[in-house]
Design a protein around this ligand. Structure first.
Ligand code: HEM
Ligand code: HEM
Ligand SMILES: [Fe+2]
Length: 482
């Protein structure tokens, strides 16, 4: 991955080079995210760990902001990667795109440094502008917010202009419309109101309508592209699925927003709306799951009928991550989300470790997986290898990362269950109930297991980086020798 900018086989496609630049920063931020997670997890066990040097609030904040930012980087990278393939032409305005990349990366670096060096301080108007906006997941200060808007406008213009000039496939039509909504929603998280209910009302537009609507549609498009590329799935079939999925995702995800409006001071009709529509949200996730496995099985069967042996895919690791995505999206978002989405249940589970269990499995399952898959596609393209086979490192990476995240999820689910029983049901959710529940053995042991599984995840990540750096070169040498 590292040498892929200079010695690539992209045949001059600057768009794909730019994609690799985005992927590279994404993976660095992913590593930073995991390190911050490990610090925060340690602080659950040893509350004094790095106190007033590197506080829990900061470790947690950088953990989840780095998460969102690396995913956005990997998404932009994925778009720049697939754009020339889908349109059949070079991306319009790549030079400007590169400039935007450097501006964005410099801004991200400054924002992270400020987060790390300024641990505590007063909350003033200038804090919002210079330090942090205090909105979970999207805490970038306002100066950076404005910069992000400019950079995203450049990105969107490049995509739109290329789309208009080149071939307009179904996948791209969905992507171009979806990206407009995705980028536009960011604006809802930029206003400041001192009414916390109103603030949360708009903030959820970004968070929920990203992860349960626009980002889901985005990965639907990526999966469609990936399946065509990797297993040679038929475009007509893949695109038909995509349209159905889009319809269902928006049909349930938009009003599903109501499941965040149960207890923040919004009108009570949101109980019914949120319950009904969010309960439907797992349906498209089942469809996405079936779609991936169906296409895979179908292409495999067709190849066998032609007398071909072995798997049909030309990129083993990417396919493995896409299949993990189908499972992970369904389990993390669909099942773990459904568990607590009815107000009757949510009144007990709201804001417990159960929420964190769902947050981890959903973000990982629905997004981390497929974006890592796109990075493997990038490496394959950069080295120009026809078939990228999984190495021992690829297998260790996917196994350990997935095992670690699932392990963390199970541990947090147990902690959440204990909170629901003791803190909420038995002791009535008061201040002292909160602390009593946190000191009982089930909770404490679960937090220990979360930390252990976090280390497993991190070891898997080390294998992933090692693999991404070496797999392309190795495959190329193997192909030459053969
Ligand atoms: C990939 C898609 C999804 C992702 C990445 C995701 C992620 C998250 C995260 C991180 C939170 C915690 C937010 C916070 O900090 O307050 C959350 C909350 C929640 N999610 Fe999801 N989610 C997804 C899909 C779903 C689905 C499909 C459902 C329902 C079927 C669902 C139901 C909920 C509910 C009810 C809450 C509120 C929990 C509480 O009251 O504490 N999520 N989600
Ligand atoms: C080394 C592995 C990891 C460790 C040790 C870790 C640890 C943590 C800790 C301690 C928190 C704060 C929880 C709280 O406030 O109660 C957290 C929050 C969070 N982490 Fe991780 N994490 C890890 C990996 C990941 C991964 C891979 C993802 C997703 C791809 C992720 C997504 C999140 C999210 C969405 C939240 C906010 C959840 C919420 O507030 O409901 N983390 N993590
Ligand atoms: Fe939601």
């Amino acid at each position: 991955m590292l040498t892929s900018i200079k010695t690539n086989e992209f045949a001059g496609s600057e768009s794909k080079k730019l994609a690799m630049m985005y992927f590279r920063v994404a993976i660095v931020l992913f590593g930073a995210q995991l390190l911050m997670g490990l610090i925060a997890a340690t602080q659950f066990l040893v509350p004094g760990f790095l106190f007033e040097v590197f506080d829990f609030s900061v470790a947690r904040m950088v953990h989840i902001n780095a998460l969102v930012v690396w995913m956005l980087y990997a998404m932009i990278g994925s778009v720049y990667y697939l754009l020339p393939d889908e349109t059949g032409i070079e991306t319009v305005g790549v030079g400007l795109g590169k400039l935007a990349f450097w501006v964005l990366t410099a801004a991200v670096a400054v924002v992270v440094l400020v987060y790390i060096f300024i641990q505590v301080g007063p909350g003033k108007e200038s804090t919002i502008w210079l330090i942090n906006e205090g909105r979970e997941y999207i805490e970038a200060p306002r100066w950076a917010d404005i910069g992000i808007v400019v950079v995203v406008l450049i990105f969107y213009w490049n995509v739109f202009a290329t789309f208009m000039k080149g071939k307009q496939t179904g996948i791209l039509t969905v992507l171009v419309a979806d990206l407009l909504a995705l980028a536009g929603l960011y604006l809802a998280g930029m206003f400041f109101t001192d009414n916390i209910s109103m603030d949360q009302f708009w903030w959820w537009w970004v968070i929920h309508l990203w992860v349960e609507a626009t980002w889901e549609v985005f990965v639907g498009a990526l999966a469609a592209y990936g399946l065509i590329k990797i297993i040679g799935a038929k475009r007509e079939i893949v695109e038909m699925w995509l349209w159905i999925e889009v319809l269902m995702l928006f049909g349930s995800g938009i009003l599903g927003l109501g499941h965040h409006y149960f207890w923040i001071g919004t009108p009570e009709y949101w109980w019914e709306i949120g319950a009904l529509f969010s309960a439907l949200e797992p349906v498209p996730l089942v469809a996405m799951f079936v779609h991936v496995l169906y296409d895979w099985g179908k292409e495999q069967g067709a190849a066998k009928a032609e007398g071909k042996e072995g798997a049909v895919m030309n990129n083993g690791p990417a396919m493995a991550w896409i299949v993990t995505n189908a499972f992970g999206n369904f389990l993390g978002a669909g099942i773990w989300g459904f568990f607590h989405t009815l107000p009757q249940v949510n009144i007990y589970t709201h804001g417990t470790q159960f929420t964190a269990a769902h947050g981890h499995l959903a973000f990982f399952g629905a997004y981390a997986t497929i974006l890592i898959g796109m990075m493997y596609l990038g490496v394959q393209g950069a080295y120009g290898v026809e078939k990228l086979r999984a190495t021992f490192k690829s297998k260790m990476a996917i196994f350990l990362i997935t095992f670690g995240v699932v392990g963390m999820t199970i541990a947090l689910t147990i902690a959440g269950y204990e909170q629901v029983l003791v803190e909420r049901a038995e002791l009535g959710a008061g201040w002292s109930a909160f602390f009593t529940a946190q000191n009982l053995p089930w909770y404490v042991q679960a937090q220990i297991w979360r930390a252990i599984m976090g280390v497993v995840t991190f070891v898997g990540f080390a294998y992933l980086v090692w693999d991404l750096l070496t797999i392309g070169k190795q495959a190329k040498q193997g192909a030459k020798a053969a």
